[in-house]
Design a binder for this molecule. Sequence first.
Ligand code: ADP
Ligand code: MG
Length: 245
Amino acid sequence: MADKKYLIEINHVGKKFGDLTVLKDISIKVKEKEVVVIIGPSGSGKSTLLRCINGLEKPTSGNVFFDGMPVNGEKNINEVRTEVGMVFQRFNLFPHMTVIQNLMLAPMKVRKISKKEAYDRGMSLLRKVGLEDKADYKPSQLSGGQQQRVAIARALAMKPKALLFDEPTSALDPEMVHEVLDVMKEVAEEGMTMVVVTHEMGFAREVGDRVLFIDGGVIVEQGTPDEVFNHTKEDRTKLFLSQVL
Ligand code: ADP
Ligand code: MG
């Protein structure tokens, strides 16, 4: 049985694509309101791991629980995706819809809330991310940083229990990175449970409760930001940090 006090439980997860082993025996438990930051080189399996949490990938071995429920089978996976928002590197807003329509769609369709409630919730979230005046714009009329703030607002509109971020600032021009990280920090401070894959070490240090360094599909090192960044134990972690800091 999955322990209830953990919102996300990853138990001995392995993942292969054909002959390629991408994840090897990964176990991570994330408590409610915890912010776990995952760092690691490109190709180390970070995205695959995140995708196993909401059922976008199926582990080859081991299992994942969300809020005590196994993440497998269509019914459970649909429920998990309702409760777990995901923000990707590339802004994945619906291009033919306005910003406010992007925010209203899933809450109306999936949560069955009224149009008025969806609108009010959407506008209040746009206010929160500083984009109330862009409600009627199309995504293409916004900067990358603004689109990513809309993507976060859209995820929040579903009132998720947890949010997953997969390198949310990697595709942004440098001057737009901070505005997205600021919104993420605010969301974390409000108590959202978050798993964040990022190369932004400042964010990891400041906002992360725990930092995990993944390389070659295994957790090489984990601890508080102070432990991982200031008292690094493993040579592989030291090498990686020397390259990104
Ligand atoms: P990261 O996010 O850390 O850069 P990924 O999880 O995206 O790493 O990828 C890890 C490895 O798995 C890479 O070698 C990648 O090419 C491979 N991979 C990812 N998804 C697939 C897939 N659907 N089919 C085959 N190989 C994949
Ligand atoms: Mg990735």
